[in-house]
Design a binder for this molecule. Sequence first.
Ligand code: URA
Length: 221
Amino acid sequence: MDSEQRSEIIRELKKNLEGLKDSGLTHLPRAKKTALPKKLEAIRETIGDCTRCKLHQGRTKIVFGVGNPNAKLMFIGEGPGHDEDLQGEPFVGRAGQLLTKIIEAMGLKRSDVYIANTVKCRPPNNRAPEPDEIETCSPFLIQQVQAIQPQIIVTLGNPATQTLLGTQQGITLLRGHFHDWNGIQLMPTYHPAFLLRNPHMKKPVWEDMQKVMAKLGLRKM
Ligand code: URA
């Protein structure tokens, strides 16, 4: 489109908006804000009281996801642990507290971002989710991402990263670079639970988050 065409579109838009104002319209409705929570609610309703995989047998609560339905930034973990299973909210235990610290160090609040997991029910004894469980549950995660349409996804650890990117490659190779996920920038990084066991790995995670912040315009690199 050349600049003359752009100017013509702007002139037309102005004319239309002035026409609407003359007919008494004082503001334009914000369609996106009301539509998005509805989409998430619909996904939650589809999940229902899920028994699609064996993880339902040991769960207390389904952990759907939490945060801003219009978030520019979405974090995706592995699966609920003990605390998350009891409270029905992702990342509220020790690893979650570290994730909250990371989010706040980025200049954001937990309520600014959206947080979800690869599987929505707690795997027994905190084991990693198994391939059949991921296959059953991850379509709901994909629907959540499609509803939210974040600018950036941060995947935390192997299961989330490998599920979204459809690869067997490990997090050590994949982290630190943006990957394309259906037009959304995806940054893999280490899981906060791994950081609790390996505090010296906080530095690379912070480097990854600085790249995310730069893309979001939160900080110049
Ligand atoms: N670890 C995860 O991957 N997700 C949670 O919600 C909590 C811990």
